[in-house]
Structure formats: structure tokens, C-alpha cells
Design a protein around this ligand. Structure first.
Ligand SMILES: [Zn+2]
Length: 59
């Protein structure tokens, strides 16, 4: 079983630019399936993830 541990002392690393992700940008996308959000790195602007379900963080 994998446990989830909350941390505020370690910053996640962007898989694209290798920099610490201190801020994630989100952009709203309106589609026929509803509103989605695309999340991207504030450093390199590459996409980290897209929300697939309404109300679900990172789908
Ligand atoms: Zn990046």
C-alpha cells in the first residue's frame, strides 16, 4: 500500500525543465464536455496535467 504524505518543505520538480515548481499556472478550457483546466509550469510553460473530471484536481 502506498501512503500519501503531505509536505510543505519539499518542492516538486518540473519533469520538463527540471526546476522546482513553486507555482503552477492553470488555464481554463471550455469544451463540449464541460470546463477543464490545463496546469502548466510557470518556468517553462510546459503542460503538467489536465483535469479530466469536473471538481477533480489533476483528474
Ligand atoms: Zn518547467
Amino acid at each position: 500500500m502506498i501512503r500519501v504524505k503531505e509536505t510543505e518543505s519539499i518542492e516538486p520538480i518540473c519533469p520538463h525543465c527540471g526546476k522546482q515548481v513553486v507555482e503552477i499556472l492553470a488555464r481554463r478550457i471550455e469544451s463540449m464536455l464541460g470546463v477543464r483546466f490545463v496546469y502548466f509550469c510557470s518556468e517553462c510553460k510546459k503542460v503538467l496535467g489536465v483535469s479530466h473530471r469536473k471538481g477533480f484536481w489533476m483528474g
